[in-house]
Ligand binder design. Structure first.
Ligand code: UD1
Ligand code: UDP
Length: 381
């Protein structure tokens, strides 16, 4: 039987964290060559993940430039993919989620008439510009893809409403697979500052913020709210690993630099981040990945966005949409810091996004698609 060449294409930090376990799962399957092509839409933040999960790319487009635009990312990925596809001749291309790499990877596969598997399919806000450009990227990829790996049933339901019913699997989110390999009891941080944090005596708030639709006034208001939260509560330590985007760096330093109980630190390696989340008190974030990870670790999340394509944790009561209004963020964080009952109501572990077996289901589904093996059963939360 011919070896199946399955090529995973990714380029940003979250895609890498969520695709690394799948690259490895495929590599462990008989009759499969697991090929890894990175666009390096992110450079340092991608390389950090590759090192943590010990994934060595077969191809690297190395496209990142400072302050890159959506057009340059997309066109450089598309151009670069031609050579990679011609050289590696995949039978199927896997893309993940909703980045510009995802869209360009899927479009390139289509241009080469290669089937596409979309990992983390079916997420929607139904707002074209929020998240921007992610909502449009994932809709465009839905139109191109052949196999759809939905994390949850409600993601599958979104696709069904759009008339997509063939080749759809509910697998759970691969981020939970990743989390199961990184979070450990008694973990010692390689970042000394994180070992010294007073986890027992103070409330450690973990913050991230990077979304493009928040650039400008929303991000100003978010950062200003964070400064107010840190200044008005002595008992908190705010830890913020700042995304390398120069727009975010500048805004974060201007609002939060020099405040005694704020730790502005460089992006953390994924294992450091996951273990910090496991020990923190509360998460404030506009990140997609953090919204999925924190509930699994029993940490309440305030989502610094107007909407979310991940309503499952909100429904489960462990996440709340705080929006981007300064006063609302200050008020909602204040309540969770000072009111133990309000905190307890949100701080319970739930796993609506996965059970750690998503990669196994995805690999099974791919093999089944090629007539090799059984169709996997759906993940149900
Ligand atoms: C991208 C994705 C977004 C995802 C986010 C995860 C798009 C359009 N956006 O947004 O969906 O949520 O990644 O973090 O695909 N930079 C570095 N080094 C790095 C990474 C970034 O210096 O390792 C800087 C560069 O100046 C780069 C800028 O950050 O130009 C922005 O990176 P980019 O990938 O364009 O956008 P993100 O906001 O990271
Ligand atoms: N993350 C990390 N180090 C950091 C910040 C985030 O490893 O300093 C991880 C986080 O745990 C999650 C992923 O990166 O797995 C989320 O990436 P990001 O917030 O950049 O993108 P999004 O999920 O919003 O697309």
């Amino acid at each position: 039987m011919e070896t199946l060449r399955i090529m995973s294409v990714f380029g940003t930090r979250p895609e890498a964290i969520k695709m690394a376990p799948l690259v490895k799962e495929l590599a462990a399957r008989e009759g499969v060559a697991s090929i890894c092509c990175v666009t390096a839409q992110h450079r340092e933040m991608l390389d950090s993940v590759l090192a943590v999960f010990d994934v060595k790319p077969d191809w690297d487009l190395d496209i990142m430039t400072p302050r890159q635009t959506l057009s340059t990312i997309t066109s450089k990925c598309l151009m670069g993919m031609d050579e990679a596809v011609d050289a590696l001749k995949p039978h199927m291309i896997l893309v993940h989620g909703d980045t510009s790499t995802t869209f360009a990877g899927a479009l390139s596969a289509f241009y080469h008439q290669i089937p596409v598997g979309h990992v983390e399919a079916g997420l929607r806000t139904y707002d074209k510009y929020s998240p921007y450009p992610e909502e449009m990227n994932r809709k465009l990829v839905t139109a191109i893809a052949d196999l759809y790996f939905c994390p949850t049933r409600s993601n599958r339901e979104n696709l069904r409403r759009e008339g997509v019913t063939e080749g759809v699997f509910v697998t759970g989110n691969t981020v939970i697979d990743a989390l199961k390999t990184t979070v450990r009891e008694g973990y010692t941080f390689s970042t000394p500052e994180l070992n010294r944090l007073p986890y027992g005596s103070k409330k450690v708030l973990l913050v991230t913020c990077h979304r493009r639709e928040n650039y400008g006034q929303p991000m100003e208001d978010i950062m200003s709210a964070l400064a107010e939260i840190a200044r008005s509560h002595d008992g908190v330590e705010l830890v913020y690993p700042v995304h390398l985007s120069p727009v975010v760096q500048e805004c974060a330093k201007r609002h939060l630099g020099g405040i005694g109980n704020v730790h502005l630190i460089p992006p953390l390696a994924a294992d450091e981040m996951h273990n910090l989340m496991a020990r923190c008190y509360l998460v404030l974030t506009d990140s997609g990945g953090l919204q999925e990870e924190a509930p699994a670790l029993g940490k309440p999340v305030l989502v610094l966005r107007r909407e979310t394509e991940r309503p499952e944790a909100v429904t489960a009561g462990t996440a709340k949409l705080a929006g981007v209004d300064r006063e609302a963020i200050v008020r909602m964080a204040g309540e969770l810091i000072t009111d133990p009952a309000a905190y307890r109501a949100m701080a319970h572990a739930v796993n609506p996004y996965g059970d750690g077996l998503a990669c196994r289901r995805i690999a099974d589904a791919i093999l089944w698609h090629f007539g090799r093996g059984e169709c996997p059963e759906d993940f149900s939360a």
